[in-house]
Design a binder for this molecule. Structure first.
Ligand code: OAD
Length: 238
């Protein structure tokens, strides 16, 4: 039998052991901040200084040399390099740890945007951005001031790559969900949509909200579970 077309979904849990906070765990980002004060277009319109400060701090953290892809990101890079069937890695994460583990891979899709990119709401230009952003930063393309924003998908906005995901879902026969609490749609709905069509496996520190929807749920840290899963899959299919 040939290898099954694959979709891997990742969330904040895969980057936790690299030193990046998750959203909903104890000490998670949404325990310290209110989502509606930071991650909505309305929040940005009401208090852009606060929203810029939050994302500037997170962008700066990514530049810290101590923050690196961990064994789970690296194992997925091995899996995607060797997988002999169509494969898509959908990450909800706005960090760049998958990108660093598998540079330039066309299989990687950032459903919720990227911390390392910004967008001008005056001219529409998107570009890579490493430093801080403020209400005084002029757009490098159109020079208008005060219209730059993180290229992040906020609540109420349309996630990226939905057409591509729909196409991959149609052919998918193996689905892995890694380090996500399964509370944010559309990603939280993938497992139910694949029912009866794909083998669905969850790898998470604890059972997620939708754990019962999976054919198999393994609990533990991503740096242990993901490399072991990847070895199993490659031994079976590659
Ligand atoms: P959450 O913080 O909601 O969930 C993280 C999950 O990872 C939890 O179920 C943890 O148990 C698990 N976890 C923590 N440490 C882990 C580890 N070392 N190994 C394996 N699993 C671990 O994060 P997401 O599900 O990614 O969206 O959140 C989804 C979206 O909600 C985010 O993309 C973000 C947020 O609001 C936006 O900002 C638009």
């Amino acid at each position: 039998m040939s290898a099954p077309p694959l979709i891997v979904l990742t969330g904040a849990g895969i980057s936790a052991e690299s030193g990046l906070a998750t959203f909903r765990d104890k000490n998670g980002l949404w325990e310290r901040h209110r989502v509606e004060e930071l991650a909505t277009p309305e929040a940005f319109a009401a208090d852009p200084v606060l929203v810029h400060r939050f994302y500037n701090a997170r962008r700066a953290q990514l530049a810290d040399p101590a923050i690196r892809p961990n064994a789970a990101h690296l194992a997925l890079a091995r899996l995607f390099a060797a997988w002999p069937a169509p494969a898509l890695l959908v990450t909800q994460n706005v960090d760049d740890l998958h990108d660093r583990a598998m540079p330039g891979s066309p299989a990687l899709l950032h459903l919720h945007g990227e911390l390392g990119r910004i967008r001008c709401t005056a001219c529409g230009r998107q570009q890579a951005w490493r430093g801080d952003l403020s209400v005084e930063t002029p757009c490098p393309a159109c020079a208008v001031t005060g219209r730059l924003r993180p290229d992040i998908v906020w609540f109420g906005e349309t996630p990226r790559g939905l057409a591509r995901i729909e196409q991959a879902m149609a052919g998918c026969r193996l689905f892995l969900s890694i380090g996500t609490s399964g509370q944010v749609y559309p990603a939280a709905g993938f497992v139910a949509a694949l029912r009866g069509r794909a083998e669905r496996i969850e790898l998470n520190l604890e059972p997620s909200l939708g754990s019962h929807l999976f054919d198999e749920s393994r609990q533990g840290p991503a740096t242990a579970l993901v490399p072991a899963m990847v070895e199993e899959l490659l031994a079976r299919w590659a």
